[in-house]
Write a protein that binds this ligand. Structure first.
Ligand code: FEO
Length: 393
């Protein structure tokens, strides 16, 4: 059954508890939900976002089961198919309905889902759509996380549908969020993987929602926030520019030389009061790395040499780190080789877009020796001093 959020505002989404990965990349521990909302005005009915294609038939049937026989508008807050995928089927079921969205999203819907241009009404920022006793106002919000994203503000109810922004991969029975460490972790992981590259935009939209003093936040994944400050304050921290007193150490080690150095450096940093997070690039859970990247100020990557370059797992992690655009300020590399090659050049190039302060790396042949441990002592001291300069404790 659809769930009531406010009078004539209904939750019409679905849980996908069996989904193990999102984007074929992100391990999901709590599945996900694809949220859709129905707003029934005195004259017109609107549906805000639709459904992931796999569940289209079940979704369409749910309208019959809940007695929704007329839909006038389908609001597309975003063109990605986990929300827009059922639009063509909805237009078949409700042939008089019109899709309402911004110009960028309209272009995506036409190209990606073959939605006919004559079925789309394009709106501008702050434009309003009147449903009778309810008004939808559109807040075009590019960059969280596509150029086509926007929010739909239900004015009379003072609630806002933010699509992916402020979401979480999290299934639920009751649509209203119960703040917990588990939900916080899911939301943070979601932020890391979906929103972190767009932290600047996140900060702008956090302020927009704070200025509106919205009563509820209705995202497109995860539960509805009746206490918007809970999720907005978490986002303010995650999207902020200041990291924590944390060094993350992703590593791959074939004969334990690299791992021995990572362990040694981590112990040194811990002894100086700096938190560390070691991440095995081969067996670790990518979500845990993403979580740590939200907070880290320093990233030290460790890799063994494979043929003449870093282990492919190190490339993978360096690439992912680069595209997720964490707030980290400092980086370096540690590694061990057998017979030669360039261990760090390409990884350094890969991280270049982050404009990090790259410290002197430590590269050893085979096992680390006394002089190598001294270099690691020095690296720990340099990190300690730089964190201190940044005011981190
Ligand atoms: Fe949940 Fe960008 O789609």
């Amino acid at each position: 059954m659809f769930q009531k959020i406010k009078e004539n505002v209904l939750y019409a989404g679905m849980n996908d508890g069996g989904r193990l990965f999102f984007d074929e990349l992100i391990p999901l521990e709590n599945g996900t939900s694809y949220n859709s909302y129905v707003v029934i005005g005195s004259d017109k009915t609107a549906v805000i976002d639709t459904m992931y294609p796999k569940f289209t038939q079940e979704y369409l049937k749910s309208f019959d089961e809940n007695g929704i026989t007329k839909v006038d508008y389908i609001i597309a807050n975003h063109g990605e198919q986990d929300h827009s995928g059922s639009i063509p089927a909805m237009l078949e079921k409700f042939p008089d309905a019109i899709v309402v969205t911004n110009a960028t999203c309209a272009g995506n819907l036409k190209e990606m889902l073959l939605v006919p241009a004559e079925k789309i009404q394009i709106i501008k920022n702050d434009e309003e759509l009147f449903l009778g006793d309810k008004t939808l106002q559109f807040k075009i919000a590019p960059g969280v996380h596509w150029p086509d994203t926007m929010f739909t503000y239900i004015k009379e109810d003072n609630i806002i549908c933010t699509c992916d922004f402020l979401g979480a991969h999290y299934i639920f029975d009751d649509v209203f969020a119960v703040p917990s460490k588990e939900l916080e972790k899911s939301a943070k992981k979601y932020f890391a993987e979906i929103m972190m590259p767009f932290s600047t935009m996140c900060r702008k939209y956090i302020q927009l929602l704070k200025d509106l003093k919205v009563e509820m936040v209705l995202p497109s994944h995860g539960p509805v926030h009746k206490n918007p400050d809970w999720i907005l304050d978490l986002y303010s921290d995650w999207a902020g520019e200041r990291g924590k007193n944390l060094v993350i150490l992703p590593y791959v080690s074939m004969y334990s030389s690299t791992k021995d150095m990572i362990d040694y450096l981590a112990d040194k940093l811990n002894s100086k009061g700096i938190d560390t997070f070691k991440y095995d690039m081969v067996s670790g859970n990518l979500g845990d790395l993403a979580l740590a990247l939200v907070d880290a100020t320093t990233i030290i990557m460790g890799t063994s040499m494979v043929l003449t370059g870093p282990h492919p797992a190190a490339f993978n992690t360096a690439y992912l780190t680069s595209v997720l655009r964490p707030k980290a300020k400092i980086a370096s590399f540690i590694g061990s080789f057998g017979w030669g090659g360039n261990l760090f050049g390409k990884m350094s190039e890969m991280l270049a877009p982050l404009k990090l302060d790259i410290l002197e790396p430590v590269q050893v042949k085979g096992k680390p020796k006394q002089e190598d441990f001294l270099k690691l002592d020095n690296m720990a001291e340099v990190i300690f001093n730089k964190h201190k300069e940044l005011g981190l404790k």
